[in-house]
Design a binder for this molecule. Sequence first.
Ligand code: AMP
Length: 218
Amino acid sequence: MTDQLQARCVFLGAPGAGKGTQAKRVAAQAELAHISTGDMLREEVKSGSALGAEAKTYMDAGKLVPDQLIIDMVKARIQKPDAASAWILDGFPRTLPQAEALDQNLSGDNALTHVISFAVPEAVLMGRLTGRRTCSQCGAIWHVDHKPTQQQGVCDHCGGELTQRSDDREEAIGERLEVYRTQTAPLLAYYGDRGVLREIDANRSPDVVFQELLTQMQ
Ligand code: AMP
């Protein structure tokens, strides 16, 4: 079943909060473009582009890539036909300058409809990230304990090889959580002041979170 939603939505949350998993699922269900800046950057790295090479050093260290690079990438992406009216931004904005640039780029008919903050205790995030595995072919997200594949290291959906993101190693995770606290968490107040922010308790089963998201985004 699909129900097209006219939503222009930001998913905000710490690494491991489940934004990517839910954004993929909600976008498929509600016919929204799923715009993940992390996925776009990983594609750039894979393709060997200059942008990918520049971004990789920041990503591997768990740091944010420079604002202007990301802002230009997102601006170009939301002008594509599939993102004309309805999308989910997953992993953007992550800093105040990015949020301000987004506001400047969107106006009137085009304005943000929802900002959803995924709340998960920090102790839970670490376990989710260290066990996360991604299919190198179809991008499906698995977890060694919470969502294992039938055959270890092989995607149940497409048979692709599972890989661990280079920034899901413990050394980088601490840095990513710190970056979230200092640079991204201030966006909660930014969007709270504008009256568009809603919080979802994302420390529950993926199915429960998914259903609540669909309700919140109506
Ligand atoms: P993600 O898949 O969303 O966790 O992103 C992986 C990495 O890509 C982050 O740790 C950053 O290095 C980079 N990245 C993704 N989105 C952004 C953004 N909006 N601003 C800066 N860096 C980003």
